[in-house]
Design a protein around this ligand. Structure first.
Ligand SMILES: Cc1cc2nc3c(=O)[nH]c(=O)nc-3n(C[C@H](O)[C@H](O)[C@H](O)COP(=O)(O)OP(=O)(O)OC[C@H]3O[C@@H](n4cnc5c(N)ncnc54)[C@H](O)[C@@H]3O)c2cc1C
Length: 286
C-alpha cells in the first residue's frame, strides 16, 4: 500500500512526487508513456534550460529525479480506479493500492468525428461502463475500441447486458473474445436514433441494432477515471478546487487534465500544490 499513487509520468506527476518524497511519503508514479512531452520536439520556455531540450529528454530527466528521491517508477496502463476505504488501481499488468491518488494523466479524450455521436452523448452514447451499465441490463450494447481498456469496459458490461458488439474501427479483432460478444471490424459511420440511440450504421451499409454505445478508444483518460469515481467533469476536464482537491477525499488532480494554460510550467505548479494537499490529507491520519 502506497501513501500516494500518481497516475502519469509527466511534469504534473513528477513535480508532485518530488514534494511527496521529500515529505517522506511513499509514492509510485504509474505511466504508460511520456504523454504530451513525447510529441514536443523542443521545449525552450521552461525555467532553467540553458538550451532547448526535447520533450522526451525533459520527461526522462524528471523521472530520474523522482526516482533518485525514492519514488517507484512503474510502467503500466491503468484501466480503472476504484475506492473502498483505500484506492485500488487496476492496471494491465497488476493492481495497486494507495491511500491517496493524484490523477495527472494529461488531456486526452479520444473520440471520433462520427455523425450522430456528439448529439447522442448521454442518450445512449456513454464514456463510462461502471456509471451506466446498469441502464442497459438485458439489452444489446456496443463498445467502440480495440485495446485493453475497451476489453475492460466490455467485461464490466457483460455482467448485465444480453449481448455486446466490439467495434474495433478497422483494427484487428482481439483474440479470445468473451462469450456473448461479436467483434465487428467495419467502421461505424453514423450513430442513429430519433432521440436515443437505436442502431449504428457501418461503412458497408449494414445497420446494427443496439441500445447503447460505450466509447473506449485508446487508454482510459483522466476524465474516465474521474467519472467512475463520481467526480464532475466539464468539457473533458476534471473539476478541482484551487488546492487541486476533487470532491472525493484523498483524490487529487493536476496538469493538463484540469484544463487551463496546459504548459509544463503550469503542470509543475499544479503538481506541487497537489502534493501539499496530499500531505495535509495523509497527515490528518489516514
Ligand atoms: C506538440 C506539443 C508541444 C508542446 N510544447 C510545449 C512547450 O514548448 N512548452 C510547454 O511548456 N509546454 C508544451 N507542451 C505542453 C506540455 O507538454 C504539457 O502541458 C505537459 O506535458 C502537461 O503535463 P501533464 O503532466 O499534465 O501531462 P502529460 O505530460 O501529458 O503526461 C500524462 C501522463 O499520463 C500518462 N497516462 C495517461 N493515461 C494513462 C493511463 N490510462 N494509464 C497510465 N498512464 C496514463 C501518460 O503515459 C503520461 O505519462 C506541448 C505539448 C504538445 C502536445
Amino acid at each position: 500500500m502506497y501513501d500516494v499513487i500518481l497516475v502519469g509520468h509527466g511534469p504534473a506527476a513528477v513535480s508532485a512526487a518530488l514534494y511527496l518524497r521529500r515529505a517522506n511519503k511513499t509514492a509510485a508514479l504509474i505511466g504508460k508513456d511520456f504523454g504530451a512531452l513525447e510529441k514536443a520536439e523542443k521545449i525552450e520556455n521552461y525555467f532553467g534550460l540553458s538550451a532547448p531540450l526535447s520533450g522526451i529528454e525533459l520527461a526522462k530527466t524528471g523521472l530520474e529525479q523522482a526516482n533518485a528521491l525514492g519514488a517507484d517508477i512503474i510502467e503500466d496502463e491503468i484501466f480503472d480506479i476504484s475506492w473502498m476505504g483505500d484506492f485500488t488501481l487496476t492496471g494491465k499488468k497488476q493492481s495497486y493500492q494507495a491511500k491517496s491518488v493524484v490523477i495527472a494523466c494529461g488531456s486526452a479524450r479520444k473520440t471520433l468525428p462520427i455523425k450522430g455521436m456528439a448529439e447522442h452523448e448521454g442518450k445512449g452514447v456513454s464514456y463510462c461502463a461502471v456509471c451506466d451499465a446498469f441502464f442497459y441490463r438485458g439489452k444489446t450494447v456496443g463498445v467502440l475500441g480495440a485495446g485493453g481498456y475497451a476489453l475492460h469496459e466490455l467485461e464490466h458490461l457483460l455482467n448485465v447486458v444480453e449481448k455486446a458488439y466490439l467495434f474495433t474501427n478497422g483494427e484487428p479483432a482481439p483474440e479470445n473474445l468473451p462469450d456473448k460478444t461479436t467483434a465487428i471490424t467495419e467502421k461505424i459511420v453514423e450513430v442513429c436514433g430519433e432521440n436515443i440511440v437505436d442502431s449504428v450504421l457501418l461503412q458497408n451499409g449494414e445497420k446494427i441494432d443496439l441500445s447503447g454505445l460505450f466509447v473506449a478508444l485508446g487508454s482510459a483518460s483522466a476524465a474516465d477515471f474521474a467519472r467512475k469515481l463520481g467526480v464532475p467533469v466539464e468539457n473533458g476536464v476534471i473539476l478541482v478546487d484551487e488546492k487541486m482537491c476533487t470532491m472525493v477525499e484523498g483524490l487529487f488532480a493536476a496538469g493538463d487534465c484540469i484544463g487551463g494554460l496546459k504548459q509544463v510550467a503550469t503542470a509543475v505548479a499544479e503538481g506541487a500544490q497537489a502534493a501539499m494537499s496530499v500531505i495535509a490529507f495523509l497527515n490528518k491520519g489516514k
